[in-house]
Design a protein around this ligand. Structure first.
Ligand code: R5P
Length: 267
């Protein structure tokens, strides 16, 4: 693998644990000012010391994030439809060039493909072009396997979408945690990370992360279950304990509670 590619990847997937905590705050690209991200910088800045990479759009990066930070950026380069357009939702195309991603010093670019949906071909072919271009510059790609509302989220589907992303040439695949998740990671030749999905109780989110790591995931690309938590800073530390330190969900929950109490005591 090219040195630059390997270096960028090792800034995201930590060589010591071969795991990553990706902090996803790119939701605005189709959801607008998502709960918790209305003032993105206020939510995200305190979380940065605990994120292995920050995943967001170029607008959010330029308008909300200080260029002096030392956190690798995973830049979302796909989009094109909003949450209002249910018929076209996730018929995504390129929304940011690889050239601009390099200008922004991105360490990875992320693109959503919509396997099994009406527009799958457009999203897959557009992603393939991004992969070609990004690879030419030693820039890794993250394949986001997007799942439509009326599609079944099971291991069979996640295996298909994840493997397809890897065969296209993605360097990391992001998918959703499902039963029999080990069959997804085992049949995907590149690291697999899980999205968190809609906000669920902290304990359940930590159990999900634990289950994914135990089933071979390389980490999480988690958003709402961190930034919509009652205490996002405590939550990201608890997620880190699961991903990087082998903590069980119970242990991580204790850490969450103790960090939350410490923060409350300081106020
Ligand atoms: C969706 O495609 C976005 O890329 C989000 O970054 C992703 O869903 C992860 O965020 P969450 O954990 O909130 O689902």
């Amino acid at each position: 693998m090219d040195w630059g590619m390997q270096n960028r990847l090792s800034r995201i997937i930590k060589p010591e644990t071969k795991k990553t905590v990706m902090l996803a705050v790119d939701h605005g690209y189709f959801m607008g000012p998502t709960t918790g991200l209305e003032q993105l910088d206020k939510t995200v800045n305190p979380l940065l010391p605990y994120a292995d990479t920050l995943m967001l759009t170029r607008g959010a990066l330029r308008y909300y994030i200080d260029p002096g930070i030392d956190v690798p950026i995973t830049l979302r380069v796909s989009g094109g439809t909003s949450i209002l357009n249910t018929e076209m939702l996730l018929h995504e195309g390129v929304t940011c060039s690889v050239e601009d991603a390099i200008r922004l010093n991105a360490s990875c670019v992320a693109f959503s493909i919509m396997v099994g949906a009406r527009y799958e071909r457009d999203t897959i072919l557009a992603f393939a072009e991004i992969i070609d271009e990004a690879r030419a510059w030693g820039l890794p790609t993250l394949c986001v396997t997007a799942v439509g509302r009326d599609m079944v989220r099971d291991a069979k589907y996640m295996r298909l979408a994840s493997r397809l992303g890897a065969e296209l040439g993605a360097d990391i695949v992001k998918t959703y945690y499902v039963d029999d998740f080990e069959t997804v990671t085992e049949s995907c030749p590149v690291p697999v990370v899980i999205a968190g999905g809609k906000k669920i109780p902290e304990r359940e989110a930590l159990e999900m992360a634990r289950g994914a790591i135990d089933a071979g995931a390389a980490g999480v690309d988690m958003g709402r279950n961190i930034f919509q938590s009652e205490d996002p800073v405590a939550m990201i530390q608890a997620v880190r304990a699961v991903v990087h330190e082998g903590a069980g969900a119970g242990e991580a929950m204790e850490l969450y509670e103790s960090k939350k109490s410490e923060a409350a005591a300081r106020q």
